[in-house]
Structures are given as structure tokens and as C-alpha cells.
Write a new protein. Structure first.
Length: 485
């Protein structure tokens, strides 16, 4: 901008110097000056470009300052960088989407809602719901733009709880490839021999974020890969045709705190595998954001089912401290504190809502974002290598589940995902150290780093999304062949 202003200034001088002398005009200007007339029009005319550029620069500066900060009422970490200055982030997010995200996904409005509520008190519960439910309704309404019934065969089911004080069932939606009338009459489908994909949506454990839209994109592309698979083995080509994609509507916070969501997902997986006899062709666990955190814990606690892979996309992982507490504080959380996708104040609010923490305004008002700690490990021990090793040893599995991990520049949660990557690398190292002569190596991590902020690669980096799905599809194909042959 500075160079542009210098150019305009030089341009203005050149135009002024190159003007032909106009004796009549000069004498009229001098006469106007003697008579006391203002020479302002002539001044503005000669410096029009420079003045316009100066006003434009001032406007841009004010706009940048306004966009660089938003309504954060606590200290900002000194490492925080305005989004438009984060060169490692995709330009669409840096200059546009990063600022508009809150308009389309208004989760930031939830920070005004109460967390600790006596849900047995009708008036108190109604007041809390009147604050929370409008935001949930907006997200669920946006999800309706994707008509799952038009894309897949859809089965909705409820799973009854056999234990616990909550009598509400776990709601689950099963998706399968939409069969043509000819296929329905000529092919004897066997769901039990097909892959089972368990999917947990995101939303900070407090809303249903990207429930149907992202599920449709993922499952739809996996089917597309199956249709274009040119393998000579016809049975391998059709293994995805009968695949079941199960979406779990786990209970949400603050009404239901940890480990309610985990319990729902474990119950759903147990019902699908043991009661419905699904997943004999491979079991794959997946989740996005908060759902990715659930995918980690569900996989850890279901190793006896021989999970084949788990897809962990930008998980929400509080990191451990030496005093035995957990917090969202990390290098990425501090650097991207000005992020709106998702906003850091909502990330902490949802962590408190999920762990049942009361808000202490006096204490929290002095804490920089990310520094609020909780005594609850919402990952269920899945960021401890020893827990993975113990779970693997207690199962009859010969291979660890293969991890597909996605993190993103521009995402405050990025470092949590990187931390888990190091944890799982240590698990692989420990398992391989016990079987040094084994010809069968443990599956290695597929790690992907995107540049378009939290879940932005589903729109702005489609090649990365597609490449990741291709490798996950190949892993599903290998698992299917391994388990049925």
C-alpha cells in the first residue's frame, strides 16, 4: 500500500509538471487569489489521487483493526496474531471466511448461556434452554440443506439403555448406498460382511455441527471411489456397496456432562457389532472436532472388537499439566486466539459445559484465553500411550488400528492433534519393540496438515480431502480382504 501511495504521488507530480502553460488560466487564478477567492478546488483537483488513496488506506487500516479483534473480554495471549497476518493459513480464510464464520455458525453466542444448571428446576432449565436451543436450531436448520434421503438409503433407530439413570434412548441414523430397483431384485445384500463406519459429529459436545452435511460428503466420496475402483476382483469392487455408515446423536452438554457422549457412542458401537452383527468386513471409527475426540476414546475402549482404523479430524484435546489438570493452552491456541473458526471463548465455554465447571468471573477475568483448567480428562485417557498399550495387550488383536489424523493451520486446536500424533507414534514404537522379528509391521499414521482452518479443507482444499479419503478407502479395502479371506 505504501508503494502504491508513492506511485500515485509521483504520478500526480508528473501530471502537474507535464501540464501545458495556460497564461489565461494562470492570470485568472492569480486574479481569483487577489480577490480573496479560495484555491481549494485547484488543490483537490491536483491531489485527487493522493487524497483518495490516503482515505482508502485509512479505511482499510480501521477495517483491519476492527477485524483483528473481536468481543473478547479477557486478556489475549501475547503470541496472538491477527488472522490476516497468518501467512500459513489459506488466503480465503485469512481475508474472508475467517471473519464471516461467526455469522454462519453462531456458536459464539453460547458463551452468554449458563453452564451449571439445576435441570430438575423447570424455570431454571427453561431459561437455559431458551439461550442454548436457538443456536442449536440454526445449525440443525443449516444441516437440512443436505437431504440424506435423496442420497442414501436411511434407517433411523433408537437404542434403549439397559443401565443408568437416563431413560432416553440413543438416537442413531444408518446410511447405506441407495440401491436401484434392479439391484434390489438381483443382489442379495449382506450387511454383516460389509465395512461398518461409526461417525461422531462435531460441535464442542454442545451442538450438532456438520452432522449430515459432512457425513454425506465423506460417505458419498467413499462410494464414488468404490464405483471407480478398477480392481479385477469384482467382489472387492463391491465391498463398499453394502457398507453401513452409522451417525450417533450423542447427548449434549451442558445438560449431559462427560462421559455421557462417550457412553452413547460405545453403546451404539456395541449394538451395531454385537446385536446387529455388523462390521465383519471391517470396523472403522471416525469423528470431526469434538467427534474426533470421541473417536479416539471409543477406539481405545473397543480394542477387543479389532478396530481396523480410526479417522480423527481436528480433535478437541485439552493438554495435561504437571499438576494433574488439563487445559486448551498450547502454542496454536495462543497464536490463533483471534480465530473465529471456532472462537476461543466458545471453545473454553464448551469445555466447561462438558466437564461441569462453574464459571468464576472474578478469577477468569484475569486469565488469558486457554488458561482455564479442568480436573476432567475428556479424552478418557487416550492421550496416554500406556493406556493404548494396555488396551492392545488385553485384546486379541495382532495389529493396532491405523490412525488417520488431520490438523489445520489457523485452528486453535491444532497442537492438541499434533500431541496425539506423538502419543500414537510412541504406541506403535512400543508394540513393534515387543515383536522385532515379526514380518508384519504395524500400520503407520496417515497425517495430514491443512491450511484452511478448522474443517475448512472440506470446502477450500478438496484435493487434500480427496487424497485422504482415497487412502482411507484403500485401508478399508485391505481390512475387508483380510477379515473375510
Amino acid at each position: 500500500l505504501r508503494n502504491y501511495l508513492l506511485y500515485l504521488d509521483d504520478r500526480t507530480k508528473s501530471i502537474t509538471m507535464c501540464q501545458l502553460p495556460n497564461k489565461k488560466g494562470d492570470s485568472e487564478e492569480k486574479e481569483a487569489s487577489r480577490s480573496g477567492s479560495s484555491s481549494s478546488p485547484s488543490f483537490f483537483r491536483r491531489n485527487f489521487f493522493s487524497i483518495t488513496a490516503l482515505l482508502f488506506a485509512t479505511l482499510i487500516g480501521l477495517l483491519c483493526k476492527s477485524l483483528s479483534t473481536h468481543n473478547l473480554d479477557r486478556p489475549i495471549p501475547i503470541e496472538a496474531v491477527p488472522l490476516w497476518q497468518t501467512s500459513e493459513v489459506h488466503w480465503v480464510v485469512r481475508y474472508f471466511v475467517g471473519y464471516l464464520f461467526g455469522k454462519f455458525v453462531p456458536v459464539g453466542q453460547l458463551v452468554k448461556c449458563p453452564i451449571t444448571v439445576d435441570w430438575t428446576n423447570v424455570q431454571e432449565a427453561d431459561e437455559a434452554k431458551s439461550c442454548i436451543n436457538p443456536v442449536r436450531a440454526i445449525l440443525e436448520k443449516a444441516d437440512e440443506f443436505v437431504d440424506l434421503n435423496a442420497l442414501f438409503d436411511v434407517q433411523v433407530m433408537d437404542i434403549e439403555r439397559s443401565v443408568g439413570g437416563d431413560n432416553s434412548p440413543v438416537h442413531m441414523t444408518l446410511l447405506k448406498k441407495k440401491a436401484s430397483s434392479d439391484a434390489a431384485t438381483t443382489k442379495n445384500n449382506d450387511d454383516s460382511k460389509a465395512p461398518l463406519i461409526l461417525y461422531m459429529h462435531g460441535g464442542g459436545f454442545t451442538v450438532r455441527g456438520g452432522r449430515g452435511a459432512l457425513a454425506a460428503q465423506i460417505f458419498g466420496y467413499l462410494h464414488q471411489l468404490g464405483e471407480t475402483d478398477n480392481d479385477v476382483n469384482d467382489s472387492a469392487n463391491s465391498f463398499m456397496d453394502d457398507a453401513v455408515f452409522a451417525m450417533v446423536d450423542y447427548r449434549l452438554a451442558p445438560e449431559h456432562q462427560y462421559p455421557s457422549a462417550t457412553e452413547d457412542c460405545l453403546l451404539a458401537l456395541n449394538h451395531l457389532v454385537n446385536d446387529m452383527n455388523l462390521g465383519r468386513g471391517g470396523i472403522h471409527v471416525s469423528g470431526i472436532s469434538a467427534g474426533a475426540t470421541l473417536a479416539m476414546e471409543v477406539t481405545l475402549k473397543s480394542m477387543d472388537m479389532n478396530i481396523d482404523s480410526f479417522y480423527v479430524d481436528e480433535p478437541k484435546i485439552p493438554l495435561p499439566s504437571k499438576d494433574g489438570t488439563w487445559s486448551l493452552d498450547s502454542g496454536s491456541f495462543r497464536r490463533y486466539s483471534y480465530s473465529r473458526m471456532p472462537p476461543v471463548d466458545w471453545l473454553e465455554w464448551s469445555l466447561k459445559a462438558y466437564t461441569g465447571m462453574e464459571t468464576n468471573h472474578e478469577v477468569e477475568s484475569t486469565l488469558p484465553y486457554g488458561m482455564i483448567t479442568t480436573d476432567v480428562d475428556i479424552t478418557g485417557g487416550s492421550i496416554d500411550a500406556a493406556n493404548w498399550k494396555r488396551s492392545f495387550d488385553e485384546s486379541n488383536a495382532t495389529q493396532l488400528p491405523r490412525l488417520f489424523l488431520v490438523t489445520a493451520n489457523g485452528d486453535p486446536l491444532k497442537d492438541g492433534g499434533v500431541y496425539f500424533k506423538h502419543v500414537y507414534e510412541e504406541v506403535i514404537k512400543q508394540v513393534e519393540a515387543e515383536t522385532p522379528n515379526s514380518t508384519e509391521k504395524q500400520p503407520q499414521i496417515k497425517y495430514v496438515e491443512t491450511t484452511s482452518g478448522h474443517t475448512g479443507h472440506y470446502i477450500f482444499e478438496l484435493p487434500i480431502f480427496e487424497d485422504t479419503m482415497k487412502e482411507w478407502y484403500a485401508e478399508m479395502k485391505r481390512a475387508h480382504s483380510r477379515k473375510l479371506n
